[in-house]
Design a protein around this ligand. Structure first.
Ligand code: EPU
Length: 337
């Protein structure tokens, strides 16, 4: 393991924020990870995967561990199913492409999500009607306090909407080193119900889509409205979509009859935060070198050299405004450090 000092984290976070780490190490193997964790000093250790879900608001006076453990392998195969293990440092989208090239189905709807395999379970990544939990078999993780390896089953991760045990009781206590998935080899479950996927496939005259077609449709939709972090710094959806009670929703509907919604259960309704933010007048707003994306109001953007504190301040202004207009609390989806 090679310990570097005073390193800019700009290349390691998709928001492109230029904060510094006092110490920094790229971790290429489980052995290196164990070695780094065993270091007595510095005590503060921050784990960084693809850096696609964090807002860095300050320099880190500690050790940043950039988990870069690579490798994909088939661990078990049956006639209809395959179990695949991917190490934490694999880029998520490259892994999706590897599955599609092998005709393994299940994660095609999750194409082009930024980030790495190892951080995907933490927030149970999801898009276009599919969540990681739908294909997650188990993950292996290193316990920081003991240096022991622990395995977490799907059930024990306690997955929810953009949520898991790793964001709650186990927050900061484990480093996920690999994730194992159960994927289909035959009779793929093609999911095109999520609004625009079907329309995109129709536009391309595709009647019986393959997993590759679904992936292509998702890629086309995402590129049309989500900014590419290579060009404009961002962390995807900054907030979660809020869930309100049926009663609260009735009141909102009286005041805002056009409000979009998704029914989750008889008592719970999810409201697209992007709509609330747009309605509050923030969509496309630019403040100096940062702002709210023009095509998707849920995405905050860094047009270059913005400070994390400034983006955090904007997020608070948005939260306060949404609270005032709609009496709804928007919860940040990204991790604020
Ligand atoms: N909308 C607006 N204005 C906007 C954006 C959205 O009015 O500027 C309304 C529209 O009614 C639209 C609806 O919101 O139909 C839903 O928008 P969209 O399909 O873009 O999805 P979303 O709910 O805003 C969620 C995820 C995305 C994921 C998409 C597609 C969350 C927090 N975000 O966004 O995930 O890609 O669905 O499944 O759940 C991410 O987590 O980083 C992310 C990008």
């Amino acid at each position: 393991m090679h310990l570097l000092e005073d390193i800019s984290l700009k290349p390691y976070n998709t928001f492109g924020l230029d904060t510094k780490a006092r110490f920094f190490a790229t971790i290429n193997s489980l052995e290196e990870l164990k070695e780094a964790i065993a270091l007595k000093e510095p005590t503060k250790k921050i784990i960084l995967g693809g850096g696609s879900n964090i807002l860095l608001t300050q320099d880190i006076n500690g050790l940043v561990l950039h988990v870069n453990i690579k490798g994909i392998s088939i661990i078990k195969e049956e006639e209809d199913w395959v179990w695949v293990k991917a190490n934490a440092g694999e880029n998520w989208h490259n892994f999706v492409m590897w599955c599609i090239a092998n005709d393994f189905g299940g994660i095609e709807n999750l194409s082009l999500i930024p980030g790495n395999v190892g951080t995907a379970p933490i927030q149970n990544i999801g898009a276009y009607g599919v969540e990681l939990k739908d294909v997650f078999e188990h993950c292996d993780a290193l316990e920081l306090a003991t240096g022991e390896m622990v395995q977490f089953s799907n059930k024990s991760c306690d997955f929810g909407y953009r949520n898991s045990i790793f964001k709650n009781s186990h927050k900061g206590k484990y480093i996920i080193t690999s994730v194992s998935f159960k994927l289909s080899k035959k009779k793929h479950n093609i999911r095109t119900n999520y609004g625009t996927i079907r329309a995109e496939l129709q536009r391309l005259n595709i009647v019986s889509p393959t997993i590759k077609d679904v992936s292509n449709a998702v890629i086309a939709i995402r590129t049309s409205k989500l900014p590419d972090p290579k060009n404009i710094g961002n962390s995807g959806s900054f907030f979660k979509n809020p869930v309100v009670t049926a009663q609260e929703f009735e009141l909102l509907k009286n005041n805002f009859p056009e409000i979009p919604s998704y029914k989750i259960s008889e008592t719970e309704i999810k409201i697209p935060a992007g709509w609330l933010i747009e309605k509050a007048g923030f969509k496309g707003k630019t403040f100096e070198n940062y702002g709210v994306h023009k095509k998707q109001a849920l995405v905050l953007v860094n047009y270059g050299n913005a400070k994390g504190e400034a983006i955090l301040k904007l997020s608070k202004l948005i939260q306060d405004t949404i609270q005032r207009i709609f009496e709804i609390h928007l919860e940040a989806e990204v991790n604020i450090i």
